[in-house]
Structure formats: C-alpha cells, structure tokens
Write a new protein. Structure first.
Length: 349
C-alpha cells in the first residue's frame, strides 16, 4: 500500500515539474534595472523626463513619503528624485543639471533632507520649498492639500497605517494618473484625515485597511467609500490591475519585489510610481518568484515587455510553490492530523 502511494506521489511530482511554466522566461523584452537608489531613480526617470523645470526631492529611505508625493509629482509633471539626508549625491546632482530644474519641492523634515541640501540647491539658482508635517500622516495630508490646490480631485485613497507597503505600491501609479491623493491614516487616531475627506464631499474614497478600528471609523464618518481588499502572497495585485487598467492598451508591466505584510524597505520604488503613471504601465507586486496567477496573467494578456526594478524575479514553478513556508506549514499540520486520526482509530479498534 505504501509503495503504491509513493509511486502515485512520484508520478504527480514528475508531471508537475515537467509542466512547470516557462512563459516568463520567454518574454520578448525583459530588462533589469539595478544599482544604487540614485541610479535606479535616475534610470527610471530618464524614460519619461528629458527635461523638467520642477522636481520633487525625497530622502532615499522615505518610501512612505514618496508614495504620498507621487500624485503631486504627476500633477506637477515633475520627477521624484532621491537624496541622502546630509548631501545630494553626484548622480542626483548631475541629473538635476541635465533636466534643467529651476524649482524643487523637498518632502520631509530636516532629519530627512538637511538644511545644507537646501543651501546647496539655492547655490545652483534653484528655488526651494518644503512640505513637511509632524509625522508621515500629517505630511500626507499636507501633500493632499497641495494636490487640491494644484489640480483639484474628486476621489482619493485612504491607506491604513497597518496595511503593508505592497498595497500602496499596487495603487500609487493609478492614483497619480487620476489625480487622487494617497492619505496615510494612523489607526489609533485619524480624525483629521477623515474630516478633510468629508469636507471635500468627494465622489469616492477608496480605503485600504483591514483593522476593525480603521473600518469602523471609516464607516461612521464617510458615506461614499469603497473598501479595497488588502493583497497578500497568494492573492496578488492582479485584481487591482484588472480593476484600474484597460488591459487592451498596453502589453508592458513593471515588477516590484516587496516583502508582503510588513513596512519593509522598498526604496527602489520611490520614483517608479510617477514614471509608470506617465507611461500608463501597471506595476505587478511580486516576491522572489511569480505566482501561478501572475504567470497566467502574463500569458493571457500577451505581455511582451517587462522591466524588473531593483530585483530579478524568478518564474513560477510547481516545485517553488511547494517549497513556500505556508505550504510546508500546512503540509506538516495535515500530516500531524492524519497521524492523530490514525492512532485514535487504532485505539478504537
């Protein structure tokens, strides 16, 4: 009996391995953008910005501020550039000169972008202003007000502080293209954010966050809102791409390798949102390897041009799926339950 089971399992595994998808490996144009934060930022921006009178400058470790700033950058038709806290690196400085920038908006406080950087920019005959709040939540609200003054908006995103960055990276390009601010909400207290959105009487507020308090406060304050389910490793952002993008318009995607469920460092994507918005190219949020749904999406939509930002993404395979921590944990639990059931059955007999 054990031999038969082993034979069947071996056959299934062999078939699965031999039928593992190779779609991703066969994509016609696949490019990897890598290097320092400044190099990735410059190379992304060069795709759509040959010159620009304005730019937005953000600390190269401030991915949360950059997500809030992405719709503002798009509204100003300005690239988001990165800097270290104390000095502008050579790569960014040279690119500022190449663009012909005359005005820069710094996002963040003095700890993120120092006063010395302001002075060095002014010495380059660049006008400088700064948007900063007492924290990232207040900063996002100030950016939203600036977007309202610049272009106005009738829709917005409200992002829970407990939502992983994969959710924000999934939507910030779409938000930018449609003049929708991304406002971060600290779940313990975000009454200022709710009051701001309520006063604007918007057509729609998309909310992303699954905590009970976040959901309750939104329900009790806003009328015209729509909850967007948080994505996770198995439920990718494919649904959001299908919801927000016309898939007949483009055969290209960007990939972003983001650690799911955490405020992980994803700083390679500080400049990606505004670039993908200008190109109207969606961002596929991945782990180290594609999921089955992602590989199927690439095949079904005839995606023929993929740019991997920061990290190379591996193709999907059945074996890789088997080796995930989630699958292994589930398998161990099933085996344990089978053993317990078998032993209980023996005692009864």
């Amino acid at each position: 009996m054990i031999k038969k089971i082993a034979t069947v399992l071996s056959l299934i595994l062999t078939i699965s391995i031999s039928s593992s998808s190779v779609i991703y490996a066969e994509v016609a144009n696949k490019e990897l953008l890598e290097g320092s934060m400044a190099e990735i930022s410059r190379d992304l921006n060069k795709r759509v910005f040959k010159s620009s009178k304005e730019a937005i400058l953000i600390n190269e470790k401030s991915i949360v501020d950059s997500i809030s700033a992405t719709p503002l950058a798009y509204a100003k038709d300005a690239p988001i550039l990165v800097t270290k806290s104390e000095r502008i690196g050579r790569v960014t400085r040279n690119y500022i000169k190449e663009l012909g920038v005359e005005k820069i908006t710094i996002v963040g406080g003095l700890d993120a972008v120092s006063k010395d950087i302001e002075r060095s920019l002014e010495k380059m005959d660049i006008k400088v202003n700064r948007i900063r709040g007492k924290d990232r939540y207040d900063t996002s609200l100030k950016i939203a007000r600036e977007i309202y003054r610049t272009t106005g908006f009738d829709k917005a995103f409200l992002m829970s502080s407990n939502a992983g960055l994969e959710n924000a990276v999934s939507i910030y390009s779409y938000a930018a293209r449609n003049s929708m601010p991304i406002i971060w909400a600290q779940d313990e207290n975000f009454s200022y954010q709710l009051d701001f959105l309520k006063r604007k009487k918007l057509d729609k507020v998309y909310t992303i966050g699954d905590s009970e308090k976040f959901i309750s406060d939104v329900e009790n304050t806003l009328d015209n809102y729509e909850r967007i389910k948080e994505i996770n490793k198995s439920d990718t952002n494919i649904d959001l791409i299908n919801k927000f993008y016309d898939r007949d318009e483009t055969k290209k995607i960007y990939t972003a390798n983001v650690e799911f469920g955490k405020r992980s460092d994803s700083n390679e994507y500080i400049s990606l949102g505004v670039v993908s918005a200008k190109e109207d190219i969606p961002i596929m949020v991945c782990n180290d390897k594609l999921t089955y749904r992602q590989e199927k999406f690439i095949k079904n939509n005839n995606i023929d041009d993929i740019t991997e930002v920061g990290f190379e993404i591996g193709e999907y395979s059945f074996v890789n799926a088997l080796l995930t921590k989630t699958f292994i944990s589930s398998l161990m639990l099933i085996i344990l339950l089978v053993i317990i059931t078998f032993r209980a059955f023996r005692y009864q007999v």
